[in-house]
Design a protein around this ligand. Structure first.
Ligand SMILES: CC(C)(COP(=O)(O)OP(=O)(O)OC[C@H]1O[C@@H](n2cnc3c(N)ncnc32)[C@H](O)[C@@H]1OP(=O)(O)O)[C@@H](O)C(=O)NCCC(=O)NCCS
Length: 447
C-alpha cells in the first residue's frame, strides 16, 4: 500500500510478502504437481521458487502426478489400460512400466532441485494395499494408501531436504502398487498436519466462465474464484452436477474441487488450486492476499470484527486517498479512538482491507459513516458486506432507520435500497452539525 493507500504497488506486495513469510517459516507445505507442468518450459523456474521456500525454512514435500507420462510409456510398449470408475486398472504386465514412469518423473524433480542446490530424496514413504475387487472388477496392481511413514518424512524434512513421493506404494510384504498421486497428496498433507496443500495444474484456472456459481462467490474482476469454504464448494458442485459428462472443462474444474474438498475434509486447513504454467504462481499465491489461484479454506480466513487500537493506522491508511479525493471527511486517530466501539473492519487473512462505522444519532436513527474499501480489493462485495453487517447491528440495537451522508456514492447506496431524504428528518444534533459547504446528500434505509 503506498501513501495513497493503493496496495497494488510494489511496496504493498513486499509488505504482504514479509507478513506471510514470517508466518510460514517452519510450516509444512505439500505440492501435488500435474505432469504437464513438469513437462512445461517453466518447470525449472518453478523449482527455483520451491528452492526459495526451502531456503526460508518452509518444509516442502512434492507429490508428482505422472498420469500422462504413464500413458505414453504404456503406449510405447503397446500395453492398453482399462479403467473402472475413472481409475486405471494396473495389470501385472503394466506395473514395471508404471514404476519406471513414476521414478523417471521423480528424477526430473531431483535434477531441477539439484540445480538450485536443494537436496531431495525419493523413498518408500507410502505403505499401500491393493484395492482388491471393486464392484466385481479386479483392480489388480492399483492400490490405496494404507499408511504414510510420518517419522521418516519428518526426519528428512528436519534436515532441510525435500521428500519426493512418486505414485507407488508398497505392501508390508514388499509388493508395489500404483496409487493415485491425488490420494497420496491428501494422505501426506493430513498426516503431516501440513499448513497447505497446493494442487498445481496445467493451464486450468477456476473461472466463473466454466462453472455456474452462487451469487455470493468471491471472484476477481476477470472471473477467477478467489476463495471458497467447504460449504460453498459443495454448493458449486451441486449446481454444476449436470453437464459434467458433456463439458470437459466443467468436469475438470469439478474434479479439482472434489479433490480439494477431500483434502479439506481430511483436515488440511488450506488447499490452493493454481495454474503451474503461469510464471511465479506459487509465490504469488503464497505471499499475496489476492493470490493467483483458488483457495479452499477450512479455518477462519476473512471476517468483519470490531476494531483494536492496532487497526487505527490501517483504517486511516485506507481512508487517506478517499479523503484526498474529497469523498470522505478527514478523521484523525483520536476521532477514531474516541468512537472506537462504533467501528468495524474487514479483515482478510489477518490484514485490514475495509472499514465502516455506525454512529447512534438518537431518536432510533443511526448514521453509517467512514465506509471505505481498499481499492485493490474493490468489487468483491466487501463494501456491501460491511454495510449489511452495520445494518444488522442497527437492527439488533433496535434502530428504526440508518442514514448515510454522501457526496459521491449515492448510486451505490440506492442500489442497496437507500432512498434520499430531507435534512429535516435527521435528528437535531446531527442536523445542526450538517456541513452546508459540503452539501452531502442524505440517504436513508428504513429497517
Ligand atoms: C463504495 C465502496 C465502499 C464500495 O466498496 P466495494 O467493496 O468495491 O463494493 P462492492 O464490491 O460491494 O460493490 C462494487 C460495485 O459498486 C460499484 N460502485 C462502487 N462505487 C460506486 C459509486 N460511487 N457509485 C456507483 N457505483 C459504485 C462498483 O462499480 C461495483 O460494481 P460491479 O459490482 O458492477 O462491478 C468503495 O468503492 C469505497 O470505498 N468508496 C469510497 C468511499 C465511499 O464512497 N464511502 C461512502 C460514504 S460513507
Amino acid at each position: 500500500m503506498n501513501i495513497n493507500g493503493n496496495s497494488d504497488t510494489h511496496i504493498g506486495v513486499i509488505r504482504e510478502a514479509f507478513g506471510y513469510q514470517s508466518r510460514f517459516t517452519g510450516s509444512t507445505m505439500v505440492f501435488k504437481i500435474d505432469f504437464p507442468v513438469t513437462d512445461g518450459r517453466g518447470f525449472p523456474y518453478m523449482m527455483k521458487d520451491v528452492a526459495l521456500l526451502t531456503a526460508n525454512g518452509i518444509r516442502v514435500v512434492i507429490v508428482p502426478g505422472c498420469k500422462e507420462r504413464i500413458d505414453s510409456v504404456l503406449l510405447k510398449y503397446n500395453i492398453v489400460s482399462s479403467y473402472s470408475g475413472g481409475d486405471r486398472i494396473t495389470a501385472g504386465n503394466a506395473m514395471p512400466f508404471v514404476e519406471m514412469a513414476a521414478f523417471h518423473v521423480a528424477t526430473r524433480y531431483m535434477t531441477a532441485l539439484s540445480a538450485s542446490r536443494v537436496d531431495a530424496v525419493t523413498g518408500n514413504f507410502v505403505r499401500a494395499r491393493g484395492r482388491g475387487v471393486v464392484d466385481g472388477v479386479d483392480m489388480e496392481h492399483t492400490g490405496t494408501v494404507d499408511k504414510i511413514f510420518v517419522r521418516a518424512l519428518g526426519r528428512i524434512l528436519d534436515l532441510g531436504m525435500v521428500p519426493i513421493l512418486p505414485c507407488i506404494g508398497w505392501s508390508p510384504a514388499g509388493k508395489p502398487y500404483n496409487v493415485p498421486s491425488d490420494e497420496i497428496a491428501v494422505a501426506v498433507a493430513s498426516s503431516l498436519n501440513a499448513a497447505k496443500l497446493f494442487i498445481v495444474t496445467a493451464g486450468d484456472n477456476m473461472k466463473d466462465s466454466g462453472l455456474t456459481l452462487p451469487n455470493h462467490t468471491r471472484v476477481t474482476p476477470d472471473g477467477r474464484i478467489i476463495r471458497l469454504n467447504p460449504h460453498e464448494t459443495k454448493e458449486i458442485l451441486l449446481l454444476n452436477q449436470n453437464g459434467e459428462e458433456t463439458d470437459g472443462g466443467k468436469k475438470k474444474c469439478a474434479d479439482m474441487l472434489r479433490f480439494a474438498l477431500s483434502a479439506s475434509e481430511s483436515g488440511v486447513e488450506r488447499v490452493h488450486i493454481i495454474d503451474g504454467l503461469e510464471e511465479g504462481s506459487i509465490l504469488n499465491e503464497l505471499f499475496t492476499n489476492l493470490g493467483s489461484g483458488t483457495m479452499l479454506y477450512a479455518d477462519e480466513y476473512e471476517s468483519i470484527r470490531g476494531i483494536r487500537n492496532s487497526d487505527i493506522p490501517d483504517i486511516l491508511h485506507i481512508m487517506e486517498p478517499l479523503v484526498r479525493q474529497d469523498i470522505l471527511i478527514r478523521r484523525g486517530a483520536e476521532d477514531v479512538q474516541k468512537r472506537k466501539d462504533d467501528y468495524v473492519v474487514y479483515v482478510i487473512d489477518g490484514s485490514v482491507h475495509a472499514c465502516g462505522a455506525l454512529h447512534d444519532l438518537g431518536d432510533g436513527q443511526a448514521e453509517l459513516a467512514a465506509l471505505a474499501a481498499d481499492k485493490a480489493y474493490s468489487s468483491m462485495n466487501i463494501g456491501r458486506r460491511i454495510v449489511y453487517y452495520l445494518i444488522d447491528k442497527a437492527r439488533n440495537l433496535g434502530m428504526r432507520r440508518v442514514l448515510v451522508f454522501t457526496t459521491k456514492t449515492q448510486d451505490w447506496f440506492e442500489l442497496l435500497g437507500f432512498r434520499e431524504v430531507e435534512i429535516e428528518s435527521v435528528p437535531p444534533p446531527r442536523r445542526e452539525s450538517y456541513n452546508y459547504k459540503r452539501m452531502s446528500k442524505i440517504f436513508a434505509l428504513d429497517l
